[in-house]
Design a protein around this ligand. Structure first.
Ligand code: PFF
Length: 488
């Protein structure tokens, strides 16, 4: 991997890999909730503005850097200035945190997938998830392993390793080209079935009814910007790694636009399906939608199983399709997180792709074992909040400082524009990233930190402290280790 290098065999492979990374669990279980709680139909305005003014411009930065330098984050930063290598590893560390827990969420889904064919979670999905799957009530806490989760986590890691350690096009490329279209087709079937359910239109109306005052609420704008950062997987160095494998003839702006549009269409379309299903439950069982709406695991492993339980035969079809969608969306995103880490390691230590992926997966697997304990669910939530609210958003700030302020975006523009046919970047993009986006991301970061700090329970604070030490320490060790690659 270090002598770069691997190359995508076609632009389509790159596109599907990028869409696979962007379209993840967040599109299915985060966006509908965020949109609903932030102004419903009116949310589309801040949302679209933030795609255009922040999401796509930031994608250009990561694409441009990867495409120009043809290397991973730590090597690029080192090439800009030897003294900054630490920052490169620092940026990669939250990405590693995400890798360690995201696979566990995919593992939970893997448990639910076979159960969905028989509605095997029983009459009380809430109790089933907390006490049977997570075994959260077990007094053994950190010293008790939830066996079911452990088995599923081992399988997920094996799948991730198996796909990623192979040649780029045979593994990651092929996997995304098969499973992304499959995911889209399955989601279309779910949404089309969902909108025919009684009460569906009531749910959809709830999602889309505009609350115009929302447009004047700063928090809603911050929520939209935050959703776009997460949804497009910016700040994790994924786009940068994937773009480093691109052929020199690629039209970068066209690719970035395609990824952003595909991601948002999927997200909005899925939200319609989710709210149609919630509307069905609300109408048929006379439960206010507000009591049903939730996000994350609460939506996927509690509310939806409850709804599938009352859906009759259709529940046996939509249920498995839903868990298949989560699995494919989760795996394709999960695979993308391995890439920037493996690339950086092979850049520095002159390792083959296969060896670098094995090291990343091995380290990730060992750490992910803590989420298979009875405290796993709680710990996962804390690491998730820390890695995203604190780490990834801060990464975006660092990326802007490194590429826009120190290196200069004008030095990246020629590479981005080289093959651009209908959109060329110029001075306006530079100003946008350097000043406007920097200020917006700073606001998101500060508001995220305030929320995180306010939740000051002992467990949360302790875990955050450990994460903080790891965030400072891991990059220091990786920077100190001597490089084995001559051109590093
Ligand atoms: N864009 C992804 C999503 O919406 O779920 C974000 C993501 C999270 C990508 C975690 C990759 C990942 F491992």
């Amino acid at each position: 991997m270090s002598e770069n290098k691997q190359k995508w065999d076609s632009n389509l492979s790159f596109l599907f890999a990028m869409i696979g990374s962007a379209v993840g669990l967040g599109n299915i279980w985060r966006y509908p909730y965020v949109a609903y709680t932030n102004g419903g139909g009116s949310f589309l305005i801040p949302y679209i503005v933030s795609i255009i003014c922040m999401g796509i411009p930031l994608l250009f930065v990561e694409y441009g850097a990867g495409f120009k330098f043809k290397a991973g984050m730590s090597k690029i930063v080192r090439e800009i200035n030897k003294k900054y290598e630490y920052l490169g590893w620092f940026i990669l560390t939250p990405t590693f945190f995400i890798l360690t827990y995201y696979c566990c969420v995919v593992a939970w889904d893997l448990i639910y997938l076979p159960l969905s064919f028989t509605k095997g979670w029983g009459a009380s999905p809430d109790n089933f998830f907390t006490n049977i799957v997570l075994d959260a009530g077990n007094p053994g806490g950190l010293f008790h392993i939830a066996i079911l989760v452990l088995c599923a986590v081992v399988i997920v890691w094996f799948i991730l390793w198996f796909i990623s350690h192979r040649n780029l096009n045979e593994g990651v490329g092929k996997f995304n080209k098969i499973f992304i279209p499959l995911l889209f087709v399955m989601m279309i079937i779910i949404v089309l079935s969902a909108i025919t359910l009684p009460g569906a239109s009531i749910g959809i109306a709830k999602l889309l009814t505009p609350n115009l005052s929302a447009i004047f609420d700063l928090n809603i704008w911050l929520a939209a910007f935050g959703q776009i950062l997460f949804s497009l997987s910016v700040g994790m160095s994924i786009a940068l790694a994937y773009a480093s494998y691109l052929d020199d003839k690629t039209d970068l702006p066209k690719n970035a636009l395609t990824v952003a549009i595909a991601n948002s269409l999927f997200e909005i379309f899925t939200a319609i399906g989710v709210f149609a299903i919630l509307g069905y439950m609300s109408t048929t069982h006379n439960i206010p939608i507000d009591q049903l709406v939730s996000q994350g695991t609460g939506l996927a492993f509690v509310v939806f199983p409850q709804i599938f339980n009352v859906m009759g035969t259709l529940g046996y079809i939509i249920g498995p399709l839903f868990f298949f969608c989560l699995l494919f969306a989760g795996l394709t995103s999960n695979i993308s997180v391995i890439e920037p880490l493996a690339l950086a390691i092979s850049d520095k230590f002159a390792l083959s792709r296969s060896k670098a992926v094995t090291i990343v997966c091995g380290a990730g697997f060992i750490i992910s074992l803590i989420y298979t304990t009875s405290m796993g669910g709680d710990l996962l939530g804390i690491v998730d909040t820390f890695a995203n609210n604190f780490g990834v958003v801060f990464n975006v700030i660092l990326e802007i400082i490194i590429f826009a302020w120190i290196y200069g975006l004008e030095n990246i523009i020629p590479s981005i524009n080289k093959n651009a046919k209908f959109l060329k970047l110029g001075h306006k993009w530079t100003i946008l990233v350097k000043y406007v986006i920097l200020v917006i991301v700073l606001c998101i970061w500060i508001s995220g930190i305030v929320t995180t700090l306010l939740s000051g329970e002992t467990l949360t604070v302790t875990v955050e402290l450990i994460l903080f030490i790891a965030l400072i320490g891991i990059p220091a060790v990786l920077t100190k280790l001597p490089a084995r690659n001559d051109d590093y």
